[in-house]
Design a protein around this ligand. Structure first.
Ligand SMILES: [Mg+2]
Ligand SMILES: [Zn+2]
Length: 203
């Protein structure tokens, strides 16, 4: 029996520079090293699953078709870089500031775990041995609530180390400047190989 694991990856601040409500290609600047990191995660056997709060849709700043078009383009860039993304989950809601049907308390907006749980069902993932990479505490809280054991806090936009002072030690495994630093770290490499040994032994 093999273990299907995901690398859950936040979008804004991790994949692209967080300019707040990024919805146009010309504002979508990839964080340095993100393609190399994604290739390495795939090599290590992780499914690549993006989980992103997109309340800009609910707030009426951009439309879901605009988000979908940008997402298609983003996925294309990863595919060209030989690091195809397996799935993208997004939450368009906001409990207060969204309009009409988008204004509600949902179970998908991080820190709620809904997007990760959906991915777990859709892709038949072992959530416990999956990993989360995010630049906000809410990313780690969502992963914790979904039962994801390994949670890494990254510096926003890959430029500076994350501020861990407000973070309880139990919430994250380690912190790194950006996704590539995290993926190449002994911590992530050890997790990947530990679980791949389990998979080989059980197959
Ligand atoms: Mg973020
Ligand atoms: Zn939602």
């Amino acid at each position: 029996m093999s273990v299907r694991r995901a690398a859950f990856i936040d979008r804004d601040g991790v994949i692209n520079v967080d300019r707040a409500y990024v919805h146009r290609r010309e504002d979508f600047e990839f964080v340095s090293g993100v393609f190399e990191a994604a290739r390495e995660l795939r090599r290590l056997g992780f499914f690549l699953v993006v989980v992103t709060n997109q309340s800009g849709i609910g707030r009426g700043i951009y439309t879901q078709p605009e988000f979908d078009a940008l997402t298609d383009w983003m996925k294309q860039q990863f595919a060209v870089e030989r690091a195809p993304i397996d799935a993208v989950y997004f939450c368009p809601h906001h409990p207060v500031d969204a309009v009409d049907a988008y204004r509600r308390v949902c179970d998908c907006r991080k820190p709620a775990p809904g997007m990760l749980l959906s991915a777990g069902r859709d892709l038949d993932l072992d959530l416990r041995s999956s990993v989360m990479f995010g630049d906000r505490v809410s990313d780690l809280q969502a992963a914790l609530a979904a039962g994801v054991e390994h949670r890494f806090l990254l510096g926003t936009d890959g430029k500076c180390p994350p501020d861990t002072t407000l973070l309880s030690a139990s919430l994250h495994s380690a912190s790194f400047r950006n996704l590539l630093d995290a993926v190449l770290s002994p911590e992530v490499q050890r997790i990947a190989h530990a679980h791949s040994n389990v998979a080989v032994e059980g197959s």
